[in-house]
Design a protein around this ligand. Structure first.
Ligand code: HAM
Length: 415
């Protein structure tokens, strides 16, 4: 018989790992909510052209990595490769801008990119993200960075750095692209095959090519920061001053361009100090709302790659020791035991029972193996005497508890 396997680039996340996932999600949700963010849930499927228009038709994400298909009515659909375009679509469609001046959204969920899978890179991966819509002040950029910094520190992730840059507004970016295009054309023979195409379609992307010969000529390339107009320059300076003022560990990298086309002015990525893989990325996108059909509204945001943060969290929590293992010996004990189990559940005490008939010895062995701290033992003898036995597997101690005192005593013992 065929044995089904998960698709390439997909993962099963099993319960022993989930605790770390939940911890990360909860920290990001908590910190964002403390800064006044509200959750938005957007669909996983969208019109494919939303991403073409939003992210840019010449980006790798759209050209090579999108999961696309036609639905039964022939509509062109894509699985979202990221969420910013969808959040902006929802913002426009629901006319949120008529309800409030500044909107702060956060979201969490799976994204899909048909990329070449490797360590830390999956085809289904999870992002937590925030978007602030309506504000052009550089403090909104600063706030985004601050949220990331607080959340990472709360997760005890210490050694990371914010790489920052400014891509300027449409004008500055346009002038810079013209300049580097000339430069790349003059050096076209040195560039790798892919960068030859990029020079025509999306010259900025040459800046983060990993190929050695491309890198060699990048050393002499002019810096985008020298192309910023006064407004963009001041914006960037204020952003940098914010990072200084609030002790954020950052480094300016004039070659940081990001893989999505919607960015203007501030861009940033978070990289653990000893690794070369971004755990978060974001920036300002002042033209996107207008470009996908809304009013002229500036915005900034980021997304964190949860899959990449999980391995950075050291401690593994064993939630099994919170669950009481209920051992019921015989048919009568199963019925009585289930009654008791229901009472415990109503009192929000975690408990599980195995209804197969096993010996006490075997049950205790299972409890041990699965890391349970507490067992309740119930057989005919205990039922006749109106008691249960509570066994502490860690201390190797057990006691008889009267049924009517059970809830109180158990709560006291396991707290
Ligand atoms: P991004 O840089 O494409 O930005 O993705 C953000 C983060 O998602 C990355 O830094 C990385 O940690 C994680 N990530 C991306 N691709 C993968 C993958 N294939 N496997 C595992 N993790 C991955 C965005 O998506 C923007 N929407 C961020 C943003 C929000 N900009 C403004 N607002």
């Amino acid at each position: 018989m065929e044995i089904f396997k998960k698709l390439r680039g997909m993962r099963d996340i099993l319960p022993e790992e989930i605790e770390r996932w939940k911890k990360i999600e909860n920290v990001f949700i908590e910190v964002s909510e403390l800064f006044g963010f509200k959750e938005i849930r957007i669909p996983i499927l969208e019109n494919k052209y939303l991403f073409e228009r939003g992210i840019g038709s010449n980006t790798d994400v759209v050209m090579k990595e999108m999961y696309e298909f036609k639905d039964k009515k022939g509509r062109e659909i894509a699985l979202r490769p990221e969420a910013t375009a969808s959040v902006v679509r929802a913002y426009i469609e629901n006319q949120i801008y008529n309800k409030e001046k500044i909107t702060r959204f956060y979201y969490y969920g799976p994204m899909f990119r048909y990329d070449r899978p490797q360590k830390g890179r999956y085809r289904q991966f999870y992002q937590f993200g925030i978007e602030i819509l309506g504000g052009k002040h550089p403090f909104f950029d600063g706030e985004s960075v601050q949220i990331l910094d607080i959340a990472f520190k709360r997760l005890n992730i210490e050694n990371f750095i914010f790489l920052i840059n400014s891509l300027g507004c449409k004008n500055c970016k346009g002038k810079y692209i013209e300049e580097i295009k000339k430069y790349f054309l003059a050096n076209i023979n040195v560039l790798c095959e892919e960068c030859k195409i990029r020079t025509e379609k999306n010259p900025l992307r040459v800046l983060d090519c990993k190929n050695n010969s491309c890198r060699a000529i990048l050393n002499k390339i002019p810096s985008i920061l020298d192309f910023l107009c006064i407004e963009c320059k001041v914006h960037f300076e204020n952003f940098v001053n914010f990072l200084e003022r609030f002790d954020i560990n950052y480094k300016i990298n004039p070659k940081l361009v990001r893989g999505l086309d919607y960015y203007t002015k501030t861009v940033f990525e978070v990289v653990p100090e000893k690794e070369d893989i971004a755990i978060a990325g974001g920036g300002r996108y002042d033209n996107l709302v207008k470009e996908i059909g809304g009013p002229d509204i500036p915005a900034v945001g980021f997304a964190v790659g949860i899959d990449r943060i999980v391995p950075l969290i050291k401690e593994k929590e064993n939630k099994n020791n919170e669950i009481i293992y209920f051992i019921s010996l015989g048919e009568r004990a199963k019925i009585k035991g289930f009654e008791i189990m229901k009472k415990l559940v109503e009192e929000r005490i975690k408990v599980e029972m195995d209804y197969e008939d096993r010996s006490l010895k075997e049950y205790l062995k299972i409890a041990n193996k699965t890391g349970k701290r507490w067992c309740i033992i119930l057989g005919d003898n205990e039922i006749d005497r109106g008691i249960i036995i509570l066994k502490d597997m860690k201390e190797g101690f057990q006691e008889e508890i009267k049924e009517e005192e059970m809830i109180e005593k158990i709560k006291e013992r396991i707290k």
